[in-house]
Each structure stands twice: as structure tokens, then as C-alpha cells.
Design a protein around this ligand. Structure first.
Ligand SMILES: [Zn+2]
Length: 131
């Protein structure tokens, strides 16, 4: 049974979507997977409480939207990697960062060595004849 006009959260839970539904602004009906992932990891009640706490703390609508997007991303990471979740991605990025810093250090040392070599090599400039 599809309830027309319902948000993805209410459709997923097979409930009537009321005009004051806390999920409606964040879980449009055309993206049911977004709510399904969050619901699977956190549960609808906690997500609803989280949204209400954001609104009670006077976060703007766009900040609440960002928070839900973040939660959605974290939930999908947790589903893809139940043990480490988003931490596996953060560890991979941290390893990349470490690798790139090491490469940058090597390149900077090569530049310093070349500059030092240029400093001791004679220049191609010809001295002006003395008058
Ligand atoms: Zn709803």
C-alpha cells in the first residue's frame, strides 16, 4: 500500500504523514533508501528525536538538512562496513594524507638540493668588461 503524499519515512513505516511530520522536510518520497539506511542503523524514533533536538536548538533549516545528510552518509557507511563504518573511510583518507605528506617532503628536499646545487654552480652570466 502506497500512501500518496507521504514522506519516505512515513511510507517506510506505513504511517499517515501528517502536516507536522518531522521527517517530511528531510526524507522526500522519491528517495526511500535514504530513510531506510538511517532507520536500519539508528531507528526512526532516534532520528525523529534527533531532528526535534536540532530544531529545538534553533539550528537553521539548512543546518538541519546538512545534519541529516551527514547522518545518512554515516548510516550507509555503517551498512557497507558494519565493523568500522565511516571510520574505515577516515582511516583510508588519513593514510592517503600521510602518503602525500611524505611525497611532498621528498619533493621539497629535492627542490632544496637543486637550489643548493645551483647556488654553487657558476652562473652563465659574463662579467662586464672593466673600463
Ligand atoms: Zn512523514
Amino acid at each position: 500500500m502506497v500512501i500518496s503524499g507521504s514522506c519516505a519515512a512515513c511510507r517506510h513505516r506505513r504511517k499517515r504523514c501528517k502536516p507536522n511530520c518531522v521527517f517530511k522536510a528531510y526524507f522526500p518520497a522519491d528517495n526511500p533508501q535514504k530513510f531506510a539506511d538511517i532507520h536500519k542503523v539508528l531507528g526512526a524514533r532516534k532520528v525523529g528525536e534527533f531532528i526535534e533536538s536540532l530544531q529545538a536548538s534553533h539550528y537553521s533549516q539548512s543546518q538541519c538538512q546538512e545534519a541529516i545528510e551527514s547522518l545518512s552518509y554515516e548510516s550507509s557507511c555503517r551498512i557497507n562496513d558494519p565493523v568500522f563504518g565511516i571510520v574505515s573511510l577516515l582511516c583510508a583518507l588519513e593514510a592517503d594524507l600521510h602518503k602525500f605528506k611524505n611525497q611532498l617532503d621528498i619533493v621539497n628536499k629535492e627542490i632544496e638540493a637543486l637550489q643548493a646545487t645551483d647556488a654553487v654552480l657558476p652562473t652563465n652570466q659574463v662579467a662586464a668588461p672593466e673600463a
